[in-house]
Design a protein around this ligand. Structure first.
Ligand code: 2RA
Length: 339
């Protein structure tokens, strides 16, 4: 019989996607506990033919829970993650709370499964595993297979990030603003202080003293941790664009060893969780709409970096669903590795 599973933050966009992914992948849970804030507690929810009542998250929520999937913000993870671990659960945390803790594995199952191989269910040694940030997951799904072959020395990322990364309310605001602008009305700006529809702007994460924002530094730091390479040079510019739920990222890679574009394309074509969309004749490449609600990350625009001599530089363009592979699917794939 399978594990008992709890979902913390079940009413949020990622929480709902946890349920979709568990169902799509026939995850063999023995029992399911749906947890949320006091405000959401008591809501009824039907899932896979069973009626559930959302329960209020408390310190006693984790008795006999084998796997706890968290996506309720960093403060909830900081408070209740350790409690769940102490009660014997293995926690998969989608927040940023523990990602850079050196004792906590930061895992993309297709990329660095070895980082969590010491963690087993019901071993008496429960643990917490951190889900990387969505823009990190989507980028590294494509960059890592190439890194493994030719060793990336420098990565430059420009992201085009969807509304979903800022939550369901941001998606609703984008839709509302789009209607308002088309109707000649003043756009309603509550989530973002500036117009979002028909516009784009620097990612809304706080700006740090070095002039980067937190989203950009997550890409830098998480890449170094996941690749276990503190020397790789990473820089990023993260932009919020008027797209609903899939991120796009332009990635420039510099290698220690030569890697030509045909070999790169072949490596990416054989990499798990990736689909190559790279039709130059038809000018057909990855788009956010095409990857939305899908598991695979799409990669295209694979070409030699023409600013470099030889085959030491490569350009690629990547798209991935932020809620799915960028959060819920990756977390459930981590849980599958515990089975
Ligand atoms: C964003 N990475 O897209 C964040 C979501 N966690 O804003």
């Amino acid at each position: 019989d399978g594990p008992s599973v709890a979902i913390v933050g079940v009413t949020g966009a990622v929480g709902q996607e946890f349920l979709s992914v568990l169902s799509d992948r026939d995850f063999p849970y023995r029992s399911l506990k749906l947890l949320a804030s006091k405000r959401s507690a008591g809501k009824s929810l039907t899932f896979e033919g069973h009626d559930y009542t959302v329960e209020e998250l408390t310190e006693n929520s984790f008795e006999n829970v084998d796997i706890a999937l968290f996506s309720a913000g960093g403060s909830i993870s900081k408070k209740f993650g350790p409690i769940a671990v102490e009660r014997g659960s293995v926690v998969v945390d989608n927040s940023s709370a523990f990602r850079m803790d050196e004792k906590i594995p930061l895992v993309i199952p297709e990329v660095n499964p070895e980082a969590m191989e010491h963690i087993k269910l019901k071993s008496g040694k429960s643990a917490l595993i951190a889900n990387p940030n969505c823009s990190t997951i989507i980028c590294l799904m494509a960059a890592t297979p190439l890194h493994r072959r030719a060793k990336v020395t420098r990565m430059v990322v420009s992201t085009y990030q969807a509304a979903s990364g800022a939550g369901a309310a941001a998606m609703e605001e984008l839709e509302q603003q789009t209607r308002e602008v088309l109707e000649g009305k003043e756009p309603t700006c509550k989530i973002f202080k500036q117009q979002y529809a028909f516009n784009l702007f620097s990612h809304n994460a706080p700006i740090l003293s070095n002039g980067y924002n937190e989203e950009e530094m997550k890409l830098v730091k998480e890449t170094r941790k996941i690749w276990n390479d503190m020397n790789v040079k990473v820089t990023a510019t993260c932009i919020r664009v008027p797209v609903m739920r899939a991120h796009a990222e332009s990635v420039n890679l510099q290698f220690e060893n030569p890697l030509d574009e045909d070999t790169a394309r072949e490596i990416l074509s054989n990499a798990p969780g990736l689909v190559v969309i790279d039709d130059r004749t038809a000018n057909y490449f990855p788009t956010p709409l095409e990857v939305s609600n899908k598991d695979d990350v799409a990669v295209g625009r694979i070409r030699r970096d023409a600013s470099q001599d030889g085959n030491y530089g490569l350009e690629i363009f990547v798209c991935g669903d932020q809620i799915r592979k960028g959060a819920a699917l990756n977390a459930v794939q981590i849980a599958e590795k515990l089975l």
